[in-house]
Design a protein around this ligand. Structure first.
Ligand SMILES: *[C@@H]1O[C@H](CO)[C@@H](O)[C@H](O)[C@H]1NC(C)=O
Ligand SMILES: *[C@@H]1O[C@H](CO)[C@@H](O)[C@H](O)[C@H]1NC(C)=O
Ligand SMILES: *[C@@H]1O[C@H](CO)[C@@H](O)[C@H](O)[C@H]1NC(C)=O
Ligand SMILES: *[C@@H]1O[C@H](CO)[C@@H](O)[C@H](O)[C@H]1NC(C)=O
Length: 269
C-alpha cells in the first residue's frame, strides 16, 4: 500500500528542470512537429519522447539507431540531429501530453506539449427571426445556429446607422468551438470557429432594414422638384414665345391692312 502511494507521488512530482507546457492545436489528419529547444540535450545517456506519461513513442541512445515503439511505427519521424519528433496523420486519440525526457546523471523533462486534435467546425446557418420597420427605426432579430448551439441577436437601425444590442455576441458551443455574431460595416456575420478552422455566413442588414429609405425619399423629392421646376420653366418660356409671336402676327396684319387701304386710296384718286 505504501509502495503504491510512493509510486503515485512519483507520478505527480514533476522532474526538475521541466519546461512549461506549450499548447498545440492540430487539424485531424494533419501532422505536427514537436521540437526540443533546450541545451540539456548536449549530454545524455538516453532520450525518450513519451505520450500521456506512460506510452513511449521513441527511445534513443547516442551512437545507436532510434527505436520507435510498435504502436507508432510509420506514424513518427525522429530526428537524431535535433531530437524533434514529427507525428503524422493525427487522430482524436492522439490528443494529450507529449514530453521529451533525457536521463543521464539525472532525469529531466526538456520539452512538453499539450496537443489537441480538432476536426473542422460544422457549417452555420444565419436566419432572420423578426423584422419590425417604421419610418424612423427598424429592429431585426437573427439567429445564428450550428448543429449543437445557437445565438440570437437583435440589431437596431435609425435612419443613419445600425447597431447591435449588447454588442458582439459569442458563446462556447457544446463541442468546445466558438460561435460569434457581430456587425461589421452593415454586414451581420455569424462565425463558427475552433483553433484549426472556421465557417461563416453573412447577411446585409440593409436587405431587411432599408436604412437608406430616408435617403431615397430625399432623392425622389429632389427628382420631383427638378421635374416641377423644368416643366414650369418650359411653360414660362412657351408663354413668352407665344405672346411674342402673337404680337408679331398682329403687327403684320395691321401692316397688311394699312397697305391695302393705301392701294384702294390710290385707285380712287
Ligand atoms: C529539426 O529537424 C527536423 C527534421 O529534419 C526539421 O524539420 C526541423 O526544422 C529541425 N528543427 C530545428 C529547430 O532545427
Ligand atoms: C425598435 O426597438 C426600439 C427599442 O427597443 C424601440 O424604441 C423602437 O420603437 C423599435 N422600432 C420598431 C420599428 O419596432
Ligand atoms: C467598410 O466598407 C468600406 C466601403 O465598402 C471599406 O472601404 C472599408 O474598408 C470597410 N471597413 C471594414 C472595417 O471592413
Ligand atoms: C472567424 O473567427 C476566427 C477565430 O476568431 C477568425 O480567425 C476568423 O478570421 C473569423 N472569420 C471571419 C470571416 O471573421
Amino acid at each position: 500500500m505504501s509502495l503504491s502511494v510512493i509510486l503515485g507521488l512519483m507520478l505527480c512530482i514533476e522532474a526538475p528542470g521541466s519546461s512549461a507546457v506549450t499548447d498545440v492545436f492540430v487539424k485531424r489528419g494533419e501532422d505536427v512537429l514537436l521540437e526540443v529547444m533546450d541545451d540539456a540535450t548536449k549530454k545524455f545517456d538516453f532520450f525518450i519522447w513519451k505520450f500521456n506519461i506512460i506510452n513511449v513513442l521513441v527511445g534513443y541512445s547516442p551512437g545507436r539507431k532510434p527505436t520507435v515503439s510498435k504502436g507508432y511505427t510509420g506514424r513518427v519521424e525522429f530526428s537524431v540531429e535535433n531530437y524533434s519528433v514529427k507525428l503524422k496523420y493525427l487522430q482524436d486519440d492522439d490528443s494529450g501530453v507529449y514530453e521529451a525526457q533525457v536521463t543521464g546523471d539525472k532525469e529531466q523533462t526538456i520539452a512538453k506539449y499539450m496537443v489537441t486534435v480538432q476536426g473542422p467546425v460544422s457549417p452555420v446557418d444565419l436566419n432572420p427571426d423578426s423584422v419590425s420597420n417604421s419610418s424612423d427605426s427598424c429592429n431585426l432579430t437573427v439567429t445564428c445556429s450550428t448543429e449543437d448551439s445557437h445565438i440570437s441577436s437583435t440589431f437596431t437601425c435609425d435612419t443613419k446607422t445600425c447597431s447591435q444590442e449588447g454588442g458582439d455576441q459569442s458563446k462556447v458551443t457544446n463541442s468546445g468551438a466558438s460561435l460569434r455574431v457581430h456587425l461589421l460595416n452593415g454586414t451581420i456575420i455569424c462565425n463558427h470557429s475552433n483553433q484549426v478552422s472556421w465557417t461563416q455566413k453573412k447577411t446585409q442588414i440593409q436587405d431587411f432594414c432599408p436604412l437608406h429609405a430616408g435617403l431615397s425619399d430625399d432623392v425622389s423629392i429632389c427628382l420631383v422638384k427638378t421635374v416641377v421646376f423644368s416643366v414650369g420653366l418650359i411653360i414660362m418660356v412657351s408663354v413668352v414665345i407665344s405672346v411674342h409671336l402673337m404680337e408679331k402676327i398682329r403687327k403684320q396684319n395691321k401692316q397688311f391692312s394699312s397697305n391695302q387701304m393705301n392701294i384702294e386710296l390710290n385707285l380712287l384718286q
